[in-house]
Design a protein around this ligand. Structure first.
Ligand code: ZN
Ligand code: ZN
Length: 236
């Protein structure tokens, strides 16, 4: 059980926030560089024109594993910095702020996807032991509370992978191939969820999310959407 602490510091400027219960300075919230419309209908990446519906990647690549997804912030900038502090320094109090931001910005999308549950992208057990927590799971739990959705740890990571950000496109796909499996200990043989919302803290070109989505779909999940808090770069 995680005890949620109110952040004493603003995740944008890192200065103290008062009064207790306020998570971000109002003036810092205004400066948040969130991803704005128009975005690709499928992957949620920013588009240069209102006239386009899909980005170039989604236009020519029909099957990306997942059905639709949205990211909230670019990874560069203050929000990515706060996310790194969560992972590296265990500043888990920022997680609630991220969950509230997801709800504020993508509640309509999540409701449209109608997920039966939220599934966090798992860490390899050795990495999770080292860190002490999986940030995606903490985010999923906080978002689950905000959106009144259950969290199901349906996936496990069975292969150690390199950091996707350090790899080229083809290496990324290879890196995460067979990295994930359903967790047989919790997998429901009956009542397999029809629709799942995958949650990750950072996505790059979506290959990790594709590997997770393919794993879930191979076992009968019909629709997989995703939310990532930050997107590390534009897809090529
Ligand atoms: Zn601030
Ligand atoms: Zn797209």
């Amino acid at each position: 059980m995680i005890t949620w602490l109110y952040p004493e510091r603003c995740p944008v400027c890192m200065q103290i926030v008062t009064p207790k219960g306020v998570m971000v300075h109002p003036e810092c919230k205004c400066k948040l560089d969130s991803i704005k419309e128009p975005v690709c209908y499928k992957c949620g990446m920013p588009l240069s024109s209102e006239d386009e519906e899909y980005c170039t990647v989604c236009s020519y690549k029909n099957n990306r594993g997942w059905d639709q997804g949205r990211s909230i912030f670019p990874y560069h900038g203050s929000v990515g910095n706060a996310l790194r502090l969560v992972k590296k320094d265990g500043r888990v109090e920022f997680v609630r702020f991220f969950a509230k931001q997801i709800k504020e910005k993508q509640q309509a999308f999540i409701l449209r996807m109608a997920p039966s549950c939220i599934v966090p992208v798992p860490l390899h057990p050795s990495k999770q032991r080292l860190r002490g927590f999986n940030q995606a799971e903490l985010l999923a739990r906080a978002l689950g509370e905000e959106m009144n959705l259950p969290v199901c740890l349906l996936l496990k990571k069975q292969k150690k992978t390199k950091d996707q950000k350090s790899l080229g496109k083809n290496q990324r796909i290879k890196n995460v191939a067979d990295a994930f499996a359903v967790d047989e200990a919790v997998w429901p043989e009956e009542n397999v969820p029809e629709s799942v919302l995958l949650l990750d803290d950072v996505s790059t070109t979506g290959s990790t999310l594709t590997a997770c989505a393919n794993t879930l779909k191979a076992r009968g999940v019909k629709r997989v959407a995703f939310i990532s808090v930050c997107v590390a770069e534009q897809p090529e």
